[in-house]
Design a protein around this ligand. Structure first.
Ligand code: NAP
Length: 323
């Protein structure tokens, strides 16, 4: 099949493109950084130079079967970026595809479990639940999903939880904390979390892209194995092979620390390691979703357990020299 991928220079996109190329598919990737494009060129990917603003222009795109929209901002310095990149640019892409003389068989959109917000302590979110995001990242993803329902071509929005794997920038902070042998968690019951290993997520994306049914679908894409933050720190100890002191902090202390870190980093022009989005997520009782629908509809199954995922993620960071 012919694929157009955005976000192909990112963590999930890199793994997806390697799989698609290995399976013999023709891949075109939107790329804004010539430096990052080199690896894709080596893989034989056709490059579409530019950033997401390209889709707001009157551009003629070469026909493809499936568009996978992964480009997005996960940890923005400025909350307005969530609106601009995770919502407005998605609408621009949809409108751009509508203007083409051809139509994709399907657009896959990388939403997030954050679009649903924290789950109740006693049950997992399913696709039938109402979305209730608690921070700008999740709000933008939710609105993008809702707007895509108006597309004239079939759309599948998928909502990954935490994605673990080699090259994951989002979890690097946690692994670095583990290397320094000190971590924090919110005082009280351990938070429960869904997660997925990147190879399993890629298998889900491939299955969703091969879906020949008509209509729009939304799927959670998580492992059936739910972990809590205590299990997470224990797995991190094993993956890094070191003891880690985890300090339980009251939620208000973390909120105060986030205010100081956000203002301080803005003044000093540094990347903020602890913002209010992270604290809101840390204080929630659970982020747990159920992927039964995807398993039933498309026969998807995960293959990687949590400890293995943490070990493979740590090994990946070491190979990249990030730890
Ligand atoms: N990783 C997770 O745990 C997770 C969980 C749930 C949902 N998601 C969603 O999955 C998607 C991929 O996540 P990821 O972890 O692979 O993120 P990532 O590693 O940060 O990669 C983001 C990708 O988006 C591209 N991008 C960002 N802004 C762009 C712009 N204005 N124009 C063109 N490209 C732009 C980046 O390009 P450059 O390389 O040039 O910067 C990069 O290729 C995102 O939409 C994210 O919200 C991720």
């Amino acid at each position: 099949m012919r694929y157009l991928i955005t976000g192909g220079t990112g963590f999930i996109g890199g793994h997806l493109i390697e799989r698609l190329v290995a399976e013999g598919h023709a891949v075109t990737a939107l790329v804004r950084s010539p430096h990052k494009a080199k690896r894709l060129e080596e893989l034989g990917v056709t490059l579409l130079p530019g950033d997401l603003s390209l889709f707001a222009d009157e551009v003629d795109l070469d026909p493809v079967d499936v568009v996978v929209h992964l480009a997005g901002v996960v940890a923005a310095q400025d909350p307005d970026q969530y609106e601009a990149i995770n919502f407005t640019a998605v609408v621009d892409l949809m409108d751009c595809l509508e203007r083409q003389a051809w139509s994709p068989k399907r657009l896959l959109f990388a939403s997030s479990l954050a679009a649903a917000g924290p789950s109740p302590a006693d049950r997992a979110w399913t696709e039938a639940d109402v979305l209730a995001p608690i921070e700008p990242y999740g709000e933008a993803k939710m609105r993008a999903e809702q707007t895509l329902k108006g597309a004239s071509f079939p759309v599948t929005s998928f909502r990954p939880p935490i994605v673990l794997g080699p090259g994951d920038p989002a979890f690097l902070t946690l692994f670095k904390a583990g290397m320094s042998r000190v971590g924090v968690r919110v005082l009280g019951p351990a938070q429960r979390l869904s997660w997925v290993f990147v190879d399993d997520l890629i298998s889900a994306i491939v299955r969703m892209s091969e879906d020949t049914r008509d209509g729009d679908y939304t799927y959670y894409t998580s492992s059936q194995e739910v972990v809590d933050t205590d299990r997470l720190w224990n797995a991190l100890r094993r993956a890094l092979n070191r003891s880690i002191l985890v300090i339980p902090l009251p939620g208000w202390v973390l909120s105060l620390a986030a205010s100081v870190a956000t203002r301080g980093s803005a003044v000093l022009g540094l990347h903020n390691q602890l913002d209010h989005k992270q604290v809101a997520q840390m204080r929630a009782p659970a982020f747990v979703c159920d992927s039964e629908a995807l398993r039933t509809d498309l026969g998807w199954a995960t293959t990687v357990g949590f400890d293995d995922a943490m070990h493979r993620t740590a090994d990946g960071y070491r190979k990249l020299g990030w730890l």
